[in-house]
Design a protein around this ligand. Structure first.
Ligand code: PLP
Length: 404
């Protein structure tokens, strides 16, 4: 801990402390409680060491879920046009609407939620899915209980810790005492056994799942919705990779009857439109979804958006509209196809080596089983022999893991 008001060691980075002036501000207990799961810096250090050893290596980075392919011109032109319009009296726009441009909200409803009864006013345009996950955490406060898939995308767990509802981390497992971890592995077809899953207020559910690449079937999601309904829980459904689904798996939780009473859906332009840097996403908050006292959650979410956000950039939103035009969407399907082709090459390569491989089909990444090896050893071996950076996926580090 950091002592108050004296010259002491201040935290500078995960493992480093600064000597010199420290403020008198204590570090919050929830931030202290975040696990030092510094996977990405560790990957970066190992990557840098590798480059020092082999300066001419042509690294292929499959680590962080970043995009690499250029955004189609029809989309960047729409953003450029919007940017130039801001220099004109006629085209200038300032704040609002905080919930997003209604034309874009309607376009999202029509493109992704046809025949699901989702209306434009239930869609809140945002600066990305990651940000909306935390906005929901803020909305729900610190007194609700949480379940996550295991393995899971780190943002659900870390944001639960940050709002103070995770409990203490258990040293042996690296898991938090108050979070329910729903095992989703090959043995159970990547879907939790709901007969033994305890009730929680909130269930984070990501499909296609990051990191396993598995997409839940209609039947599985129907079970999840029934489970949430029976328990009076809310599902926070993350469909950031939905456009990568190639089989019959639902692309939205709202394909399931009754889901509007128990779920919200968070999604993103990052993965299908290469908007990781542009920043654009959305959340569907159905009018039917309410708290135990009957108060509509959409009203509170609107309040959070107006208080803590103020709306997505109008330039990004112009790009978003262009993505959903017939021509824009067509151009993007080529990019999505490119990433899927990469995943297929990886999948086929590992499968041809006799390894158990998952994902790839409904997601742009794969999950590979190396039984008997530590995932860091596998990471190092692949890096040293092939100059490819992967993500180790062991339990404690199960953060965007791709190799387990
Ligand atoms: N949800 C999942 C499952 C992700 O993998 C990611 C990014 O890797 C995000 C959300 C974050 O998306 P955004 O860029 O919209 O914040």
């Amino acid at each position: 801990g950091i002592k108050r008001g004296i010259q002491f060691l201040c935290l500078k980075s995960p493992n480093e402390r600064k000597i010199g002036h420290c403020t008198k501000v204590p570090r919050g207990i929830n931030m202290e409680n975040l696990q030092s799961g510094y996977l990405f810096p560790e990957i970066f250090i190992r990557e840098s060491n590798h480059v020092q050893k082999k300066p001419h290596a042509r690294l292929i980075k499959l680590g962080v879920g970043n995009t690499t392919e250029p955004i189609p011109d029809i989309i960047t032109s729409a953003m450029a046009e919007q940017a130039h319009a801001l220099s004109t009296g006629q085209g200038y726009r300032g704040y609002g609407p905080e919930q997003g441009n209604m034309a874009l909200r309607i376009a999202i409803a029509e493109k992704f939620y046809q025949n699901m009864g989702v209306k434009g006013n239930e869609i809140f345009v945002s600066d990305g899915a990651q940000c909306d996950i935390s906005r929901f955490q803020m909305l729900l406060g610190s007194n609700v209980s949480v379940a996550v898939q295991d393995p899971s995308f780190p943002a659900y767990i870390d944001s639960t810790v940050i709002v103070g509802r995770a409990g203490k981390v258990q040293m042996e497992t690296g898991k938090y005492g108050s979070i329910v971890y729903m095992k989703c592995e090959p043995e159970n077809n990547f879907f939790p056994d709901l007969t033994t899953t305890p009730r929680t207020d909130i269930i984070f559910f990501c499909s296609p799942n990051n990191p396993t690449g598995s997409a839940a079937s209609w039947h599985q999601l129907n079970q999840l919705v029934e489970f949430a309904k029976a328990n009076g829980s809310i599902i926070i459904y993350d469909s950031a990779y939905a456009t990568y689904i190639t089989d019959e798996s639902p692309r939205s939780i709202f394909e399931i009857p009754g889901a509007k009473e128990v779920a919200i859906e968070i999604s993103s332009f990052s993965k299908f439109a290469g908007f990781t840097g542009v920043r654009l996403g959305w959340t569907v908050v159905p009018e039917e979804l309410s708290y135990s006292n009957g108060y509509p959650i959409i009203n509170d979410y609107n309040r959070i958006v107006c208080t803590c956000f103020n709306g997505a950039s109008n330039i990004s939103q112009a790009g978003g509209l262009a993505c959903l035009s017939a021509e824009g969407y067509q151009a993007l399907s080529t990019t999505v196809g490119y990433y899927k082709e990469n995943a297929k090459i990886l999948f086929d390569t590992f499968a041809s080596l006799g390894m158990k491989v998952y994902g790839g089909r409904n997601a742009p990444y794969i999950w590979v089983h190396f039984p008997g090896f530590s995932s860091w050893d596998v990471f190092s071996e692949i890096l040293e022999n092939t100059d490819i950076v992967t993500v180790p996926g062991n339990r404690i580090w199960s953060r965007r893991g791709r190799v387990y």
